[in-house]
Design a protein around this ligand. Structure first.
Ligand SMILES: NC(=O)c1ccc[n+]([C@@H]2O[C@H](COP(=O)([O-])OP(=O)(O)OC[C@H]3O[C@@H](n4cnc5c(N)ncnc54)[C@H](OP(=O)(O)O)[C@@H]3O)[C@@H](O)[C@H]2O)c1
Length: 277
């Protein structure tokens, strides 16, 4: 069977998310020679070299000829610098497919800055850094099925993914799974504090909280049952869990939690307006 075409990939930005994506691609058998990375910060370039053996350059102009042959351009820059980073790259990459992981920057803005609509946006989360993330993906109508297959290959290296029908849903993904690891850390912190307040040593309390999260999540995955069913099964009337859940319900914690996620969604929309202009 003929070898599938090995895509030439350029990555603009060489920070955390770039490192996760590029590291995953190398593990899949993509060679460092297929990759071109632009990263202005010296320490980040050194980290990519040390960690993955990838040579990054500080300036897009230095690799203009290589950029012109890129099949895929990954945009792994902070939203506030996307526009500035796009300016020197745009004239050289007309034919490429573009994948942006920049939070909040709409495809309309990216299309304006790059002069193409072959754009996919991804909203990953930090567990992507250890290959256990989940990303929401949105493709412009101009993106072909073969392009989507390439995107899936790239994002698959960071964990799970799902395609969204509407771009505005990315703000909900940002609020739920994008910011989600922070909610989990918040609960871990709070459960650990509670354990300490009830007389456990800090390391014991943290270990109990951490293993409970991991075990309960794994149980939910393996059982395939709805979380409400799993919760009711461990909540016998008059028991200890019932006492705790009743307290949470009386304090309307679920309602507050939904309001908190809606605040994150609203902030994602604001950022899009701020940096996408
Ligand atoms: N980390 C995550 O888990 C995560 C999750 C969801 C979404 N995201 C999104 O992914 C994007 C990247 O995040 P990150 O965590 O990888 O950020 P990061 O580690 O700060 O990486 C961004 C990199 O882009 C570089 N850069 C700045 N200006 C540039 C330019 N003009 N040309 C080329 N590169 C430039 C930065 O260099 P300097 O340090 O010199 O500025 C930095 O190393 C962000 O938009 C973020 O919102 C990240």
């Amino acid at each position: 069977m003929p070898e599938p075409h090995t895509p030439r990939i350029a990555c603009i930005g060489g920070g955390n998310m770039a490192s996760a994506l590029l590291g995953g691609l190398l593990q899949q058998g993509v060679s460092p020679e297929q990759l071109t990375v632009v990263e202005p910060f010296e320490a980040a370039r050194a980290a990519l070299q040390a960690r993955h053996g990838i040579h990054a350059v500080p300036d897009a102009l230095a690799v203009a000829a290589t950029l012109a042959h890129a099949d895929l351009v990954l945009w792994a820059v902070k939203p506030q610098v996307f526009r500035e980073a796009a300016a020197p790259v745009a004239p050289h990459v007309g034919a490429a497919l573009h994948l942006s992981v920049a939070a909040g920057i709409p495809t309309d803005s990216i299309a304006r800055w790059l002069g193409t609509r072959r754009i996919v946006r991804a909203m990953p989360n930090t567990p992507a850094l250890i290959g256990q993330g989940i990303s929401g993906l949105f493709a412009c109508p101009e993106v072909a099925d073969a392009d989507k297959a390439l995107i899936e290959r790239v994002m698959g290296t960071t964990g799970e993914f799902l395609w969204l029908a509407g771009e505005e849903q990315l703000d909900a993904v940002t609020a739920l799974s994008g910011s989600g690891p922070a909610y989990v850390f918040f609960f871990l912190e709070t459960m650990t504090q509670a354990g300490q307040a009830m007389g456990l040593a800090p390391d014991q309390a943290y270990r109990l909280a951490l293993a409970t999260f991991r075990g309960a999540t794994e149980l939910a995955i393996r059982s395939g049952e709805a979380p409400a069913v799993l919760r009711q099964r461990v909540t016998s009337k008059g028991g200890t869990t019932h006492a705790a859940i009743t307290c949470l319900q009386e304090a309307r914690v679920a309602e507050h939690f939904i309001t908190a996620l809606q605040a994150a969604q609203a902030r994602a929309r604001e950022l899009a307006a701020e940096f996408g202009a």
